[in-house]
Design a protein around this ligand. Sequence first.
Ligand SMILES: Cc1ncc(COP(=O)(O)O)c(C=O)c1O
Length: 397
Amino acid sequence: MFDTLPLAPPDPILGLGEAFNNDPREGKINLSVGVYKDEQGNTPILACVKEAERRLLEREKTKGYLSIEGLAEYDGRVQELLFGAGHEIVKSARAITAQTPGGTGSLRVAADFLKKHFPAARVWLSKPTWANHQAIFQAAGQATETYAYLDAAGTGLDFSAMRGALEKIPAGDVLLLHACCQNPTGIDPTPGQWREIAAICSQRGILPLVDFAYQGFGDGLEEDALGLRELASVNAELLVSSSFSKNFGLYCERVGALTVVTQSADAAQRALSQVRISIRTNYSNPPQHGGAIVAAVLSDAELRKQWEHELTAMRTRIHHMRRQFVESMRSKSPKFDFSFIQRQKGMFSFSGLTNMQVDELRTKHAVYIVAGGGRMNVAGMTTTNMPRLCDAIASVL
Ligand SMILES: Cc1ncc(COP(=O)(O)O)c(C=O)c1O
């Protein structure tokens, strides 16, 4: 049966990672992967996570199944992070949250839930967006469309084109928005633009689905939630997909959440009953470990403080690398303006480099970035590799 299966193409970004690993050249630089790296090039385990794990190991008495929606304490803490403790949405119980295997798991549960109950709804994705978005929604049988996002230079937001596109989306369709640190561009709407996006969704009856994979990597935990809270202030219904892969460094533990905000506590329970079915027929119930770590950290004042401190250190390092990159490029290639890199947010940036330049960087200089916009993982830059990186880029410009 399997002899004639067509060979699927490898994942383009993971394929680059493999090519990097097999590259024998010294001083090679990998800015293609989607994980945070410290100044030594490692993806560390946070100290607050290690401490939470130590406590959990001591306390744990069973490996019995969790409920379909996971740990109640975790689900509550996720809502507090999203909206702020004491927010009306949290207090009124008009939102439900389910613990999922990563942000990817929550997007797939959302896709199945939406496809089942709103089969005619199309999902609108920014052009460009995280490559897996289209694949996830299409795998669930959903039609996807794209809306304008990038400006002509490929380094900023073309908000008037975006607004024009959103104003044509029909009522009942789903609008996927990155809460912050847009992947792959690093380009986010301003607070004023968020207000306009929120108003358009509300006026047109569009359902926002907010992908929140980088809370705390942009400007801070609260600051990065501004767009979501703006949306929630005028849209009674919306969905949020959370991931703690990046901000807790819990990539392999697969910890995320799906939150459905509804108009009433009654509607929330209806939504939960249906989300449970989507989960039950997919992976039945979530793995415990990652969610238990996040709940333990967020529920303990001391661990929470430590987490915020460690998250701030990651964010500050990224800001610092952005600044160093811009300054270094200014001195090496004064004709070219890279100041937009400092305005972009989070781990990724669209460099504006062409596919030919991206190729040349890899073949001649062993510098790996992603084609189709020149996405760079800024967290892969270090003070040590910066001079070589900027020399390489200057030579291909
Ligand atoms: C925008 C976006 N959404 C969702 C995810 C998925 O995160 P997870 O690894 O938790 O599944 C990612 C991961 O790179 C992402 O960049």
